[in-house]
Structure formats: C-alpha cells, structure tokens
Design a protein around this ligand. Structure first.
Ligand SMILES: [Zn+2]
Ligand SMILES: [Zn+2]
Length: 545
C-alpha cells in the first residue's frame, strides 16, 4: 500500500498539514494491519491539477502492481476534478486499484454502487473547490477596488516595521508604509536610469554596496527594470471610475498621490492604499530609457554597443567606394561603428585605441560600405561634444529648445484623434457584427473590413507618434537638457554615454566623417589638449530647429 498526501495553496483547504496527514496514515495502516510501503507528497498543489507529479507516480505504481492500494485522508486529497475522478474510478474498475481513506469509508469500485458513491464524493470535492474559488475571486476584486495591497512577499520600498510580535519576536510590518532607505534606493535607480546608465552598471554597484532586494537577494538586470517600472509606484492619475455596480469606486477615497493598484483578472486600475513613489512623467522617462536601450528608434541606424560609443548611429562615413568594388567612386554614407583596436607596441602591453570605423561587410558578409574611413573615438567625441555643448549654450537655440520641449499640446491633440479613431473602429466592429448576423450582404462586409484595417493602421501610427513624443519629452524634461545654462556642460562629464547620445541627437542630425590624413593634422580642445585630429574632415549636420 502507498500513502498519498497533498496540501493546497488555498489556506481554507489546509485543514490538515502534510505531516499530520502522513502521521494519521501510519496510524491507520497499523490499525488495519496493512503494510505502508511509502508516502507520496504533493506540496502546494490544487486537487484540480491532474498532473501532480507525486500523484502521477503513485498511480503509475498501483496500476502496474503488485501493490494496488492508495491511502489518503479523503477523496478530496486525491481529486477535486471530475475527469481525474473518472480516471481514478476506471483504474479501480479495470485495473483493480483500491483507494483507502483515513477519514472516510472505502469504495468498492468493482460494483456499480461503489462507483456511484465514489463519484458522488468526487462531485462534492469539485463543488467545494468551485464555490471557494469563486468566493476567493470575488473577494480579490473587492479588495482591489478598495486599493488593498496584493498579498505575497513585501514590495520593495514598502513594509515599514511597525513593531515586534510580543511572543515570537518577529517584526510586524505595515505593508503600505514607506521604508525610507528603500525609497532612496528606488529614487537613485530612477535618476541613474534616466541619466543613461545601463542596468548592468546600476546593479553591479548596488550588489557591491550590499543593497539587496526585498527578499534579501542580489539584483539582476531584469529584476531592476521590472521593479522600477511597476505601476504600483506611479501616482494614480486615471481619474474617476465606477465599480462593477456602477457606483463611484471605493478606491477613490484613498488619498491623492497614492500608487496604482492593478487588478490583473479584470484589467482594472484603482488608487491604492499606499503612497506613490514616482510621478507619471518619471515612469515614462524610465520606460523610455529602458526601451531606448533595447532598440534604436531607427532600425537602419546601428545600435550603441554596451553604451560605450555614444556617437554610434550619429556618425556617417563620408568616404567613397574603391575601384574594383561594387560601386567604384560612389559616396559611401554607411554608419560608423565603434570598436576597440589593439595595437602592439615594441615594449609594454598593447595599446588599446577606441575608434569609429566604416564596416565594409554586414552580418551576412556582404559588402555594404566602403570600409575605408576610421577615426579615433576620443578625439571625435571630444570635438563633437564641445560643439554640442556650445550649441546648447547659445541663447537663441536654448529659447527655441524650451519651446520644443513642450509637447504637451501635441500629445493632447493626438489623444483626441486616437479617441475618435478608436470610437470609429468600435462602430465599424459593431456594424460588422450586424452584417454577420444577417443585416447586410457580402459587399458591405468587404467595405467594412477594409475600413477596419485602415482604422487599425492609423490608430497604430497615432499611438506610435504619441509614444515617441512622450518619451522624448520625458527624457528632455527629466534630464534637464538645455534647461539651465551651464548645466549641460557639467552634466556632459557626469552623465552616461547614452545620455550624451540623446542630448547630441536632439540637436544633431548626423556627423559626416570624411577621409583625412590625421598624421599631419592637429587640433587643440578647450582644455588645451592637442589631438591628432583633422577637424576640417568632420562636418556636423545640425537639426533644423
Ligand atoms: Zn477603483
Ligand atoms: Zn564608408
């Protein structure tokens, strides 16, 4: 005989823990003088789950024999699912498997009456689950509408220690109250992400400093962006709404400035019972920073590699194709890509030169550019950076940039168009349903389908446009690009290379780098450093403002 014990995730169903179940089984086996070979256990698994590993193992054993008996507390330990109940019943009828219960009578599955009684017990177990699941789901959406914090582990930034348990000495946490030291960490993460630091750089630093997650673990890249972008941290800004009964939602009684409680099953958002940590603009800016790194806006432009070469995607090759190639004498126009070149020296370790170069072959080893122009990255970046800073400090440009920063009106106008388009789309979808139910003909349907396709496409374009406006505004506002004279000069050295890229890309269309004999050239930067660099070979193409 084999024993089977199971404990469910649902607290209500945890009447008897697995250890107690097992102990009672041993007692029961002794009393009945049945040899108990082994006890199988499924922890934290639902009785509706037909693929519980321990159950599957024990069923395989008894089906094969010679031991043919499974011992459990009652039918509900074995199954809370009809199909599985049916399967168990058939094993009894056809394979001679028997089920013994500590808390219930046994069923003789070789007789019709025994099978009927067994299936009645299965039905009761199923009903129990359905009723309780429904109650649970209802309770959960009610709690969401009040803005109650989700259960589970403590959310980073919250869970202030409110006292200690008088007996156990455990800390008692206020799950909705801020933990100042963790809020400071979140704010630091926000600033560093927006300022163009990579997630890797941030978590490496945090792990080195011993800053841990709410579970006390080390940080991972995915964990960081997931956490920072949680809606729960964002101040609720979605306005009035009603609950399932059409009444004003209870969550709106929670203080303004509280975070967002997202109820996944119903897709509804409510004002939570905890204070927010980020504003919507900060949230948007962080998302823009994360996605900017994931994909460049223009797929034609090469992506920044490791964020080390901030002019990637801005520097164009101004060379020409060589004789004997695909396009002899033609202008190249390829994008320069950053890479490190090791040069051997007569003595000492090899020198590493950061440089931008025209790559002649693409990923498929097909000739795509001239491959003849290279430039020292430090020199080129210093030259262009200096020009960009000067541009930002030009009062004329500054005034115009400030105006350009304000995308709010444009975003609002786009929102109106999006709503109108979405409304039209709904109307067309309704018409389509009408036609399908017999109120029109084939021809109508074709016209409607075409209209729907068109509306969907324009909706997509409008949303993309709004998205890009939002992210650029958010980045600009929060990174202080061009907001205060002198700020940018300071920021240029302290902020990350991705930030430098964004700042430059706002005023520069591209930088054309032509072939040059750099060995004969000299250029002195603002700090008096002399570079082997031919500035006449570099042309900055400014964006029209
Ligand atoms: Zn609500
Ligand atoms: Zn080239």
């Amino acid at each position: 005989m084999y024993g089977y014990v199971r404990i469910s995730r649902d607290e209500k169903d945890r009447a008897e823990g697995v250890h107690l179940q097992a102990k009672n089984q041993v007692k029961h086996a002794k009393r009945k003088k049945l040899p108990l070979a082994r006890i199988f256990c499924d922890n934290d698994m639902s009785g509706a789950d037909a693929d519980r590993p321990a159950l599957r193992e024990v069923l395989g054993l008894v089906a094969g024999g010679p031991a043919k008996v499974v011992l459990a507390r009652d039918v509900s330990r074995l199954t809370r699912d009809y199909d599985l109940g049916n399967e168990l019943m058939k094993l009894g009828r056809d394979e001679g498997v028997r089920y013994c219960f500590v808390n219930a009578t046994d069923y003789d599955l070789t007789t019709g009456a025994g099978r009927k009684n067994f299936m009645v017990a299965v039905a009761e177990a199923v009903e129990y689950r359905e009723v309780n699941t429904e109650n649970l789901l209802e309770r959960m959406s009610e709690e969401a509408a009040k803005g109650v914090m989700q259960g589970g582990s403590r959310r980073f930034g919250y869970g202030k220690v409110a006292g200690t348990h008088p007996i156990t000495g455990d800390e008692i946490l206020d799950r909705c109250a801020l933990r100042d030291e963790e809020v400071a960490v979140l704010r630091e993460g926000r600033d560093r992400l927006i300022n163009g630091e990579t997630q890797t750089a941030i978590i490496t630093d945090w792990n080195a400093r011993g800053v841990t997650t709410s579970e006390g673990d080390r940080w991972r890249v995915g964990k960081l962006s997931h956490l920072l972008l949680l809606e729960a941290y964002v101040a609720y800004d979605l306005g009035e709404h009603t609950d399932a009964n059409g009444d004003r939602c209870e969550c709106l009684n929670n203080p303004e400035g509280n975070g967002i409680r997202f109820h996944e099953r119903s897709g509804t958002r409510h004002r939570g019972q905890w204070p927010a940590i980020f504003t919507r603009a900060e949230h948007d800016a962080m998302r823009a920073a994360v996605t900017a790194h994931r994909r460049s806006k223009n797929p034609e432009r090469p992506r920044q590699r490791n964020g080390e070469y901030w002019m990637t995607g801005l520097a164009e090759c101004g060379g020409t194709w060589k004789e004997g190639t695909d396009r002899p004498g033609q202008y190249c126009g390829g994008w320069l890509v950053g890479s490190a070149l090791e040069r051997k020296r007569k003595t000492g370790p090899p020198a590493v030169q950061r440089r931008y170069g025209c790559r002649s072959k693409d990923g498929f080893n097909v000739a795509c550019a001239c491959g003849r122009v290279f430039r020292d990255a430090d020199a080129l970046e210093t030259f262009v950076g200096q020009a960009v800073i000067a541009e930002y400090e030009n009062p004329d440009i500054l005034a115009r940039l400030d105006r350009g920063n304000d995308n709010a009106e444009q975003i609002a106008a786009l929102q109106k168009r999006i709503e109108t388009t979405a409304g039209n789309l709904d109307a067309e979808a309704d018409r389509r349903t009408e036609v399908l139910t017999g109120a029109g003909d084939e021809f109508d349907l074709r016209v409607i389908d075409r209209t729907i396709t068109g509306l969907k496409a324009s909706l997509k374009t409008l949303r993309a446009e709004q998205d890009s406006l939002r992210s650029s505004q958010a980045l600009a506002v929060l990174a202080d690009i061009g907001s205060t004279p002198g700020e940018l000069r300071k920021a240029w050295t302290t902020k990350g290379s991705r930030w430098r890229h964004e700042a430059a890309a706002r005023v520069i269309e591209k930088v054309i780098v032509r072939p040059a004999n750099i060995y004969a050239a000299k250029w002195e930067d603002q700090n008096g450093r002399v570079w082997r660099f031919d500035k006449s070979s570099v042309e900055i193409v400014w964006r029209p403002l």
